[in-house]
Ligand binder design. Structure first.
Ligand code: S3P
Length: 167
C-alpha cells in the first residue's frame, strides 16, 4: 500500500491548491482536513474558533487527522497548525510522506494578513505574525521533504513533489 502524501506548511502556502493538482495528476484522492472539520462541526473554522475556542478546534483537528491517517494512498492537506501537534506529527510521519511547502516570509505575510477566514492570525501584529512563521518553520522542517516554492508555479511544485513521492 502506498503511504499518504501529506502537505504541511503555513496558512497561505497553497496546500489545498497544490493538493488538488497533485490529485489530478496522480489519481490519488484528495482530502482537506479543515474541510472535514467544517463538515463534521457544521461550522466554518472561523466560527469554531469564535464560539468554541482554539483548544476545542485543536482537539477535533487531532482526532480527524489521526483517523484520516489510517487510510493509504491519499493526498492530504492539513491545517497550518496541525503539524505543530507532536501526536499528529508522529502519525503523519508514520503513515505518510510529508512535504513542507516553504515560501519566503514576506510572500506568506502578504497572503494571510487581513484574511478574515484565518482566525489564528487576524489579531496578530506584523511582528507577532513574523514570530509565528519563524517558530513554526522550526517544526515544519521536520517534514520528510522541504519544497522551496518561491520560484516555481503550481505545476512545477506538483512535479517535484510527485518525483520524491514516487521514488
Ligand atoms: C490554522 C490554519 C488553517 C486552519 C485554522 C488554523 C493555523 O488552515 O486550520 O484556521 O493555525 O495555521 P490553513 O493552513 O489551510 O489555512
Amino acid at each position: 500500500m502506498k503511504k499518504n502524501l501529506v502537505l504541511v506548511g503555513m496558512m497561505g502556502s497553497g496546500k489545498s491548491t497544490i493538493g488538488k493538482v497533485i490529485s489530478r495528476k496522480s489519481g490519488l484522492k484528495f482530502i482537506d482536513t479543515d474541510e472535514l472539520i467544517e463538515i463534521q462541526e457544521k461550522m466554518k473554522i472561523r466560527e469554531i474558533f469564535k464560539n468554541k475556542g482554539e483548544d476545542f478546534f485543536r482537539q477535533i483537528e487531532e482526532k480527524i487527522i489521526l483517523k484520516v491517517m489510517k487510510l493509504d494512498g491519499h493526498v492530504i492537506a492539513v491545517g497550518g497548525g496541525a503539524f505543530i501537534n507532536p501526536k499528529v506529527r508522529k502519525e503523519i510521519n508514520k503513515n505518510g510522506i510529508s512535504f513542507w511547502l516553504n515560501w519566503k516570509e514576506d510572500v506568506l505575510i502578504k497572503r494571510i494578513r487581513y484574511n478574515k477566514k484565518r482566525p489564528k492570525v487576524t489579531d496578530l501584529t506584523l511582528q507577532e505574525l513574523r514570530k509565528l512563521i519563524v517558530s513554526r518553520s522550526k517544526i515544519y522542517i521536520k517534514a520528510d521533504f522541504k519544497i522551496n516554492c518561491d520560484k516555481l508555479d503550481k505545476f512545477q511544485i506538483t512535479k517535484n513533489i510527485l518525483e520524491f513521492y514516487e521514488k
